[in-house]
Write a protein that binds this ligand. Structure first.
Ligand code: ACO
Length: 437
């Protein structure tokens, strides 16, 4: 038996099997060799919610959840957040290496070339109610871009992919800013390519009648850092959606819209909005202990806490806390920070959270900064989606270039009826369980 192998004995047949390890894992398809007879399909692994299934090989992002480590392409997130711009990190995530000065200049100008939206895009947005959720508008507009760039369907063509990647990264801040302006009833502001990526985003969000928008450098740097922290996070729910939809060779606009839809959920990127609602509901520092008791009793979740992978402090939450202090120098201190700090303090000393290894995640403090910058909570997830578009596209590209990948199609364990004969409508009786549907 080779040293690096797993030996399995099937007690049903007393047969033994030897499966080689592949990078520390076993190939689930090997389990199909385990059969009780020629008619048997073979063993499948049952893993609801993918708790223990690696669906791909990836060289983009590394996380050690127990140690609280996050690296993009090998570089620690702390160093990237301190020393890079968001577009520099985007280049790294997509291409595997940090850019040289010339490469960065070309990359930045390529992205800026694509910041404008087709004028018709404004028509879609105008159709939404003034109080439409910005994430709904963002997702729909992304999907609608697919109709403007039909060549994007040629996903196997690297040149076509390259163009769509630049288009999407260039256009997501413009879509996000338009959804924001729409919800406020303000006219849309066109991109200003003399500004940096983040400064231009601020320009499209906040410019009113002044001829030239002058961004606050502290705020633009803080936003840039937030963008870096949110750029990728390996096989999270929305990245998995991007890969699954992309594996069917859907174009990158609809695939990105699908990934953004996953992000909008309250257990994923939508959590930052929920954190603010929770802080509002708590109202003051002295009511924190009562809220923690409610969480422990199972009535509610402590939003912004817990993570499938991190069983330690999320390193992004630590950097966001630091960035919050910088932002509060330029804006007013958000009074909700006191409640959040107290929640964190009480939770981290409490046996319930210690035992379950529940720590603040990226969403716990991000909303507090966003609110201090003047954003309403319903825009928070859109702010998350802008940088995460880079991660989705990197995951999508890696999936398409991986010769082992095929259309994503999990198996199931069927628990329904065996074959049964059709019953004419006059002879059917109502099933009691259907009353709730
Ligand atoms: N508050 C209270 N209890 C929690 C929380 C929480 N936020 N998160 C997990 N738990 C408890 C669970 O009830 C469970 O307890 P039990 O063992 O007594 O049943 C235990 O901790 C394990 O939790 P799971 O739900 O099994 O963990 P899972 O990995 O499936 O979920 C998730 C991870 C969805 C992030 C979860 O922690 C959660 O709902 N957190 C709040 C929402 C949130 O902040 N989401 C953002 C995540 S980061 C991101 O997506 C960008």
């Amino acid at each position: 038996m080779p040293e690096e192998a797993l030996n399995i004995i099937d007690q049903r047949t007393k047969s033994s099997y030897e499966f080689p390890f592949f990078k520390g894992a076993i190939r689930a398809a090997n389990l199909r060799q385990i059969k009780t007879g020629p008619e048997d399909f073979g063993v499948v692994s049952y893993d609801p919610a993918f708790l223990n299934t690696a669906a791909c090989q990836s060289s983009i992002t590394y996380i050690d959840g127990d140690k609280g480590i996050l690296r993009y392409r090998g570089y620690p997130i702390e160093q990237l957040a301190e020393k890079c711009t968001f577009l520099e990190v985007a280049y790294l995530i997509l291409n595997g290496e940090l850019p040289t000065e010339v490469q960065l200049d070309n990359w930045v100008s390529d992205i800026k070339y694509h910041t404008m939206l087709h004028e018709k895009t404004k028509n879609f947005l105008t159709g939404f109610n003034h109080d439409a959720h910005p994430m709904g508008m963002f997702i729909s507009t992304l999907a609608a871009l697919s109709t403007l760039y039909p060549e994007a369907r040629k996903v196997r063509d690297p040149e076509v992919r390259k163009l769509q990647i630049r288009r999407l990264i260039g256009k997501v801040p413009t879509i996000a800013a338009y959804t924001y302006r729409h919800s406020l009833g303000y006219p849309y502001v066109y991109p200003d390519n003399e500004l940096s990526y983040t400064e231009n985003f601020m320009n499209m969000l906040w410019r009113m009648v002044e001829p030239k928008y002058r961004p606050n450098p502290v705020v633009s740097r803080a936003l840039d850092i937030l963008f870096i922290l949110h750029a990728d996070h390996e096989q999270n729910c929305s990245a998995n959606v991007m890969r699954a939809v992309g594996s069917a060779e859907a174009d990158p606009y609809v695939a990105t819209a699908a990934a953004a839809a996953a992000l909008s959920g309250s257990l994923h990127g939508g959590a930052n909005e929920e954190v603010l609602k929770m802080l509002d509901a708590i109202g003051s520092k002295d009511r924190v202990p009562a809220y923690i008791e409610k969480v422990k009793a199972g009535g509610v979740k402590l939003m912004g806490f817990g993570h499938r992978i991190y069983k330690n402090y999320d390193p992004r939450a630590r950097i966001i806390k630091w960035a919050a202090d910088q932002v509060f120098v330029a804006t007013c201190r958000n009074p909700k920070l006191e409640i959040a700090l107290e929640l964190e303090r009480v939770a981290l000393e409490d046996e319930y959270f210690i035992k379950r290894k529940l720590y603040p995640n990226v969403d716990f403090y991000s909303g507090i900064i966003y609110q201090a910058l003047g954003f309403k909570p319903d825009v928070f997830t859109v702010l998350f989606a802008i940088p995460r578009t880079v991660g989705w596209l990197a995951q999508w590209q890696e999936m398409l270039e991986d010769p082992e990948q095929k259309i994503a199609r999990p198996r199931q364990i069927y628990t329904g009826y065996e074959a049964r004969d059709f019953v004419p409508i006059g002879k059917r009786t109502a099933h009691p369980a259907l009353a709730i549907r």
